[in-house]
Design a protein around this ligand. Structure first.
Ligand code: IMP
Length: 468
């Protein structure tokens, strides 16, 4: 059980740490009244597993499945209204009204030109092609369109104003799309038709979410701020330029939500090993990305392959690719929508420490510990080494990161967690693995997730941890 006046839940690695499940769990157990999304957009992918099925969420905050909890999409989020409407309609078809949602009038709109440009240029970074980077670019250069351009203060669709803005913008964007990138032009009439239709469905939920949030905090409501992506994908402090385009940590939370609230319990969600999707440096990666893309892609209709006995024994004999494949297949590390294989590696504590520093984290949530079952020896990266020099901070020059080799500590693994119901019931080796992580980063693990269902979670008491 966990209790605080307010919470922050952020990713402590490269995204996909299992934040959705944790937000859902804390909402359930921690007395949360309001869930706030403050960064990113439909690039995020959270899956919530309930008894009645799986609910993949992208733009919607993870409290949306709880009708009594208010969910805010604040100004720091870039909103694709067409995507948002689809997500809402999908949930409505499954019995959730989504009336417990409010969208900031200051949130920037992802427009079709953002998606075209992202699909064309994003491959270098391996973006999700959801238009996120180009939309944040337009925000910074003051060319963006916001929710408030589409819906006015009275909650009505402002057709004249929005049509004017779209027509003048599309002229510029079409010139870039056709002349610079050699792509087809966009049809403004079609865009207006699509966006007006979406706006008709969303207009009653567009409001000044900062004002609302300030009122909620004054009333003493319990707020949970939900970060998308992970610390190492932060636009400033991640592995630039292989990052997303928003500030993912506590500063991004304050900026995006527009209200100064420092959440009391600041939780970093960290997988018991590491994964990354898309391009970019990954010091503790097991296997080579090129090989993984080719050999581990699969047709989502057929389903992922199974780990063979030969691959298992090769992994135990020290074959990095096979050990990475073990984590990928046992941990189901594939993009939910595309089937894109995630790159897998050992847990990188240097990276986690960076996440702790960025958000002033005071608790860790360790997910997918059960995936390490049966691996006899586990590695933890505790430093990087280059030209005989060791460092415990993440280097700025991501393009040189491949010249750093991780310095590993090796700890014995365990056979199985065997449905342990408390920390004390875990195998001694698992307890030691957890304690070593805590000592390295200097904060306690408060929640252990040992399966995708809500009930497969252990709560640990707060404790003071001395850094070693
Ligand atoms: P973008 O956010 O679509 O621009 O993608 C930039 C980078 O962030 C790419 O490497 C993506 O794979 C990664 N990324 C974006 N969102 C997520 C996420 O929610 N989980 C994991 N990786 C993400």
């Amino acid at each position: 059980m966990i209790r605080a006046a307010s919470y922050l839940v952020v990713g402590g690695q490269f995204g996909d740490e299992g934040k959705g499940k944790i937000v859902d769990l804390v909402v359930q157990e921690g007395g949360v009244d309001v869930v706030v999304r403050y960064n990113g957009g439909a690039n995020a992918g959270h899956t919530i597993v309930l008894d009645q099925g799986k609910y993949p969420l992208h733009l919607l905050p993870s409290g949306i499945l709880h009708p009594e909890v208010m969910n805010l999409i604040t100004a720091g989020v870039v909103v694709d209204p067409l995507h948002l409407v689809k997500e809402i309609q999908n949930l409505q078809g499954r019995g959730f009204s989504c009336e417990n949602l409010r969208i900031s009038d200051r949130a920037h709109l992802v427009m079709p030109w953002h998606k075209s440009i992202d699909a064309h240029l994003g491959g270098r970074i391996g973006t999700t092609a959801r238009g996120i980077g180009p939309c944040y670019e337009d925000r910074a250069s003051r060319r963006g369109l916001r929710m408030g351009d589409l819906v006015d203060e009275a909650g009505q669709v402002d057709k004249d104003h929005f049509a004017r803005r779209v027509r003048e913008t599309v002229e510029d964007k079409n010139a870039i799309l056709t002349r610079v990138y050699g792509l087809g032009p966009l049809d403004p009439d079609q865009i207006l038709q699509d966006y007006f239709a979406a706006a008709e469905l969303l207009k009653g939920q567009v409001t000044d979410t900062a004002d609302l949030l300030e009122r909620y905090t004054r009333e003493g409501k319990c707020v949970l701020f939900e970060g998308a992506q992970g610390a190492l994908l932060d636009v400033d402090w991640g592995t630039y330029p292989y990052v997303t385009s928003s500030s993912v940590s506590l500063p991004g939370c304050l900026l995006g939500s527009g209200v100064f609230v420092v959440p009391e319990l600041r939780m970093g969600v960290v997988k018991a090993y590491a994964t990354r999707v898309g391009e970019g440096p990954f010091p503790t990666e097991l296997g080579e990305y090129g090989a993984i893309k080719e050999r581990d892609a699969f047709n989502p209709e057929v389903g992922p392959p199974k780990l063979t006995a030969a691959e298992r024994s090769a992994a135990l004999d020290g074959d990095d690719y096979c050990m990475g494949r073990w984590l990928r297949l046992v941990g189901a590390e594939f993009g939910t929508t595309t089937g894109r294989p995630r790159r897998c590696g050992w847990l990188d504590l240097v990276a986690v420490r960076q996440a702790v520093r960025m958000s002033g984290l005071n608790a860790l949530v360790l997910t997918k510990l059960d995936i390490l079952d049966g691996i006899p020896s586990l590695k933890l990266a505790v430093a990087y080494e280059r030209d005989g020099k060791k460092t415990r901070t993440f280097p700025a020059r991501a393009h040189h990161l491949d010249q750093y080799s991780p310095v590993y500590e090796e700890l014995p693994g365990w056979e199985t967690l065997n449905g342990a119901g408390s920390f004390e019931e875990l195998p001694a080796e698992a307890q030691r693995y957890i304690r070593r992580i805590e000592e390295y980063v200097g904060i306690p693990v408060r929640v252990l997730s040992v399966g995708s269902h809500r009930s497969q979670s252990l709560f640990l008491p707060d404790r003071v941890v001395t850094v070693k």
